[in-house]
Write a protein that binds this ligand. Sequence first.
Ligand SMILES: [Ca+2]
Ligand SMILES: [Ca+2]
Length: 134
Amino acid sequence: MKVTWLPALIAIATLATPALAQLDKKKAAQMLDSIERADTNKDGKTSYAEFKAARQAQFNRTKAKDGNLDLSAMTKSASERKQLLSELDGNDDGKISRAEFVNHKPKAWSRIDGNSDGALSKAEIKTIRARIMG
Ligand SMILES: [Ca+2]
Ligand SMILES: [Ca+2]
């Protein structure tokens, strides 16, 4: 199965940087889609708990035989793998474990969360989407 979700994670992480103009819009949009889809109780917003549950499921689908995230299956780009590691590899062992993947909160989360209630509403996602798509 082709995983397009994780590169999108990289894109969203870069939302916090001034390089917004260089952002891969398609990947960022995919990430926002995946956040919206993670609203499993359909209350119109994705809580961090819902997001973590979605990541748990994602990890289960993509992990390598050694129990860590299969980075080579995620992206062919060495620079993207490097970005992923710098974003997610908390203990710097060159691997992304289940705990590191599931418990990591994207840097952009608080940026998207306009009213700081800890959840990302459809409206908040829409605002960010508009900013990205410019
Ligand atoms: Ca929800
Ligand atoms: Ca919010």
